[in-house]
Design a protein around this ligand. Structure first.
Ligand code: HEC
Length: 241
């Protein structure tokens, strides 16, 4: 299994039944997200506070998904630290950037209780608005993920980029499923559940094609990303205002 290292933290690609992602993909994304978070925290831009909180929450989810592996205590530690970062970024009166940076630095030595599953979507008043802010344009403090998806749905791009977008969409879908507060009728709840589950499915399918690496079919990847884009639009047509 591929092992990746972030700031001295060794993450092996252990997989669990709860992990909705193929082997190793969660670990790869964990490293990418930590790097993204570190760079973002150093810039201390207020407009990026919500999107970076969302990235911290995705790290927590991704780590928790991998807790039954042999790195369980480390993964629980990553989750706990990521939650502290999310807390520091959502302080009343503005983000506490220095605290967030400190908690990220402490991540590499952190150990946590791998037997304890946290209801992540209930932590730090995390909501759909903050979750979706990750998709915002880069100049608005977001990760530019919506622009990326639109581009990749229209022209072939490299497998690594598709893999990252697919992984993030799958993880975001996992949160979205638990955040059905916008759905105020039984019919709308049903639709919300359907689209948020679909989000996980289409994200994972794009990832699976992209994981073929050099052998990935470019046209197939475009099709998979188109399916992601269609899912965003379907849900937004009913729920985004
Ligand atoms: C299950 C429903 C659902 C799905 C699927 C969904 N969204 Fe959203 N999205 C929402 C809702 C609801 C909002 C409005 C949140 C708010 O601001 O209160 C939103 C808001 C947004 C925003 C505005 C964020 C801001 O702060 O300005 C962007 C950008 C966005 N979504 C991108 C996407 C992309 C890209 C996808 C697909 C990969 C996607 N969404 C999939 C429900 C969904």
């Amino acid at each position: 299994l591929a092992a990746t290292v972030f700031a001295g933290l060794l993450i092996t690609g252990t997989l669990t039944a709860k992990d909705p992602l193929p082997t190793g993909a969660g670990a790869t994304q964990l490293t990418a997200d930590m790097t993204y978070l570190k760079a973002g925290l150093e810039k201390k831009e207020e407009k990026a506070a919500d999107p970076l909180k969302a990235v911290a929450m995705l790290i927590a989810m991704n780590a928790q998904n991998q807790m039954d592996g042999k790195d369980g205590e480390k993964m629980a530690g990553v989750r706990d630290q990521a939650l502290k970062i999310a807390g520091a970024l959502s302080k009343q009166g503005g983000a506490d950037w220095d605290a967030a940076v400190k908690e990220l630095a402490a991540m590499k030595d952190a150990k946590g209780d791998a037997k304890k599953t946290v209801k992540l979507h209930e932590q730090h008043a995390f909501d759909i608005h903050e979750l979706m802010s990750i998709f915002k344009k880069k100049n608005k403090g977001g990760r530019g993920l919506e622009d990326d998806i639109r581009e990749m749905a229209n022209k072939p791009s490299d497998a690594k980029r598709v893999a990252e977008a697919g992984t993030l969409v799958a993880l975001i879908g996992q949160y979205a499923e638990a955040m059905d507060g916008e759905a105020d009728t039984a019919d709308k709840k049903k639709k919300w559940t359907e689209w948020s589950k679909e989000m996980q499915k289409v994200g994972k399918e794009a990832l699976e094609e992209a994981l073929k690496g050099d052998k990935a079919d470019k046209a197939a990847m475009v099709k998979k990303v188109k399916a992601i884009d269609a899912n965003c639009t379907a849900c937004h047509n009913v729920f985004k205002h």
